[in-house]
Design a protein around this ligand. Structure first.
Ligand code: GLC
Length: 693
């Protein structure tokens, strides 16, 4: 039905316009953010809800999907699209219109508290995963909110820290996923970050919000602040912020879900008034300080966005916790699991007994702490997932349970059980194989202290490895961890935060019903010092400034530039079979190059290959990374099967950002590398990029 937005806005009073652009209490008590609508012109309410791992609607249950990093680790955009659609259906099932997802911030520091909620250190993998997820969400008439715009790469001091970052690094590393969300996925909403960029709060950042996002990229949806992340009234309104959330006091925020006393100290500096876009905005217009046309534009963006997702028509019913969603949660968990090391122990053959060891192995690793928390209908722990198999399972914690930081779904405070590393070692010695499940604890509001496993988990792994016939370590982490025991164990499987299907997926993976389909989206270095964020000035910053002096050299780009050998490189992941790559051939296509790579499954079982193509822009007159991911393709092949995978590389993939003159193409001789990872390169091809369009 054609909605005449201009006519509607003409009928609104100033107060009614302001009601449309700052949050209010949701009478149903489910929404994370709520715009109440205006009855006399039939503007319905707009309900926004968290989050990237599943729906958190004031304690209601929903499917707890694996963490975003696991989805990125699958290197499967079609799977991300399926996830986006399922997330949107569960959003609609709770009568919500907007999902506050995906989070697409670049993983800059390995101990980042929200790395599990994000995708990767690499902008190409991030944007491919983000675009597919957003496509999926918006295809179900639900709005996606891509977040947190921009350079929100740490939790420490997140409301005050200023990311001191060059324009080139912004353009080549931190902005691409947001740009693709707008230009390729037509995302409906963008959430501004809490942090400042080059000294300016993101909610007040006219250059990044209006000049770049709206004018340069043509974003026509609405820009919403993070919760209590609006820093001003007139500056923010002029800068291009369209909607302030939550627009209410903390005490009113989703009553009953959050006990103000329980909130972490690191809450935002709350405004003196419930809403900076409430009375102060009306007063600014009435005093003439702000032109009412500025408000009209914001209201029109909100109403156009609402019309684009059918808010003025019949709402989608959605669906919740369906068998398909449960299967999808399990698929993402297996497709995103990364087999880091394997001496042939996996997949398990005939075993009669397994010792499952680990402080939290009897609980599923649903996710991290903070706004992304989800309470599932069902969940399986590693112990439960393995115990239903035809094998005798014993369980020993070995060490006390690892804290699970939570903001909304407080885990019951249970007494700390008696634990003994010796008992765990004894159980391991008795069994055919030991499966040691270890984990970290990541959460919003705080970054991890360092990359070591918490408590005595490293001691536990070493004690088990000393006596067990075979030792498999399962990492349930948000990112890289140090592994002092690596040479003592037979296999290491990274399953990230695998969500509700944790135990089922682990059993599928260990027994070979599924193979670990993941490839690392984040470089696993040997220590935190290997990364560009190892000094305080870079992270967490000094005097509220974090210096991004590494520029574009983030993640593997940094390791390559500085000749640092990672423990496991970006793109790494073993299969249960093996693949041979033939010599690639490059042909020119309509808008770039087609890199055809022969691939053969040379092993004895079905498996997945992830062919990665990296560029080195040697023709660029600036310092450029040795390798930058510019394309990838995935295939699954049966034993002995061969195929040729074609990876498309666009001319725009050879662009670099010159801070004086903007985007340029590295015309001339460049190189392409075909690899199994950023370091396992199987072929190099020289390519010339001509002048011209
Ligand atoms: C949080 C997060 C954001 C979330 C919002 C609403 O502080 O930064 O990702 O969507 O507030 O909970």
């Amino acid at each position: 039905m054609g909605i005449d937005i201009d006519a509607i806005v003409d009928e609104l009073t100033l107060d009614e316009k302001i009601r449309c652009i700052h949050g209010a209490v949701d009478p149903a008590g489910k929404a994370t953010g709520y715009l109440p609508g205006v009855d006399h012109v039939d503007i319905p309410p707009l309900a926004l809800v968290d989050g990237p791992l599943g729906i958190r609607a004031n304690g209601e249950r929903a499917t707890a999907f694996p963490a975003s990093v696991a989805l990125a680790a699958s290197w499967r955009p079609p799977l991300a699209r399926r996830f986006g659609r399922a997330l949107a259906r569960e959003t609609a099932a709770y009568g919500q219109d907007v999902i506050l997802a995906p989070g697409v911030n670049i993983v800059r520091t390995p101990q980042g508290g929200r790395n599990f909620e994000y995708y990767s250190e690499d902008p190409h993998l991030t944007k491919r995963t983000a675009v597919a997820t957003i496509d999926g969400i918006e295809s179900e008439d639900v709005a996606a909110t891509v977040k947190h715009y921009v350079a929100n790469n740490q939790e420490t001091n997140r409301y005050e820290v200023s990311a001191e970052v060059s324009e080139r690094a912004l353009r080549e590393i931190y902005l691409p996923a947001f740009r693709a969300a707008v230009e390729e996925a037509d995302v409906t909403s963008v959430m501004t970050a809490y942090n400042r960029v080059n000294g300016i709060p993101m909610s007040d950042h006219e250059y990044l919000v209006s000049d770049v996002l709206k004018d340069e990229w043509g974003f026509d949806g609405f820009v919403v602040s993070d919760w209590w992340g609006t820093r001003s009234t007139v500056e923010a309104a002029r800068a291009g912020l369209d909607v302030e959330m939550p627009g209410i006091r903390v005490e009113e925020f989703v009553p009953g879900e959050v006990d103000v006393e329980d909130l972490p100290e690191a809450m935002p500096p709350l405004p003196d008034v419930p809403a900076l876009f409430g009375d102060p905005l009306r007063e600014a217009v009435e005093s003439g300080e702000l032109d009412e046309a500025v408000i009209d534009n914001k209201v029109k963006r909100v109403l156009r966005s609402m019309a684009s997702i059918g808010c003025f028509d019949e709402q989608p019913e959605g669906e919740l916790d369906t068998p398909a969603h449960r299967e999808l949660a399990r698929d993402i968990a297996t497709e995103g699991a990364v087999l880091l090391q394997n001496n042939g122990t996996l997949p398990l053959g005939d075993v009669d007994s397994l010792a499952v060891i680990g402080p939290n192995a009897d609980t599923a690793k649903l996710g991290g702490g903070g706004s992304s928390e989800v309470s599932p209908f069902v969940q399986t722990s590693p112990v439960e997932g393995l115990a239903v198999r035809d094998v005798n399972v014993t369980f020993e914690r070995g060490v006390p349970p690892v804290t699970e930081s939570r903001l909304f779904s407080n885990a019951a405070d249970e007494d700390v059980p008696e634990t003994s590393i010796d008992d765990a070692a004894d159980a391991a010695a008795e069994a055919d194989c030991a499966v040691v499940v270890v984990q970290d604890d990541a959460a919003e509001f705080e970054d991890r202290e360092d990359l070591t496993l918490l408590g005595q988990q490293d001691d536990l792994v070493e004690a088990v490895a000393e006596v067990a016939d075979r030792t498999i370590v399962v990492l349930r982490t948000s990112g890289p961890v140090t592994m002092p025991w690596l040479d003592l164990v037979d296999a290491v499987l990274e399953t990230w935060y695998a969500g509700q299907a944790d135990g089922e997926a682990l059993a599928d993976l260990l027994f070979g019903d599924a193979e670990p389909g993941g490839r690392l989206p984040i470089t696993f270095g040997c220590a935190a010092d290997d990364y560009p964020t190892s000094d305080d000035a870079a992270f967490p910053g000094v005097d509220d400034e974090a210096r991004y002096d590494e520029g574009i050299f983030v993640g593997y780009r940094y390791f390559d530039e500085h000749g640092i050998i990672p423990k496991f490189p970006f793109g790494h992941g073993l299969s249960y079979t093996s693949f041979a790559y033939g010599q690639p051939s490059v042909t020119r296509s309509e808008d770039g190059l087609a890199v055809a790579v022969p691939v053969e499954n040379t092993g004895d079982r079905h498996g997945k290959a992830v062919v990665q193509v990296y560029a080195q822009k040697t023709a660029a007159p600036l310092s450029t990374p040795e390798r930058e991911l510019v394309g990838f393709e995935v295939t699954s092949l049966d034993e002995g099967e061969q195929t040729s995978l074609t990876v498309s590389v666009n001319r725009s993939d050879f662009k670099y950002y010159d801070e004086g003159s903007g985007w340029k193409v590295a015309t001339g001789k460049n190189s392409l590398f075909v690899g199994r990872s950023s370091r396992d390169i199987v072929a190099k091809v020289n390519v010339s990029i001509a002048e011209g369009r």
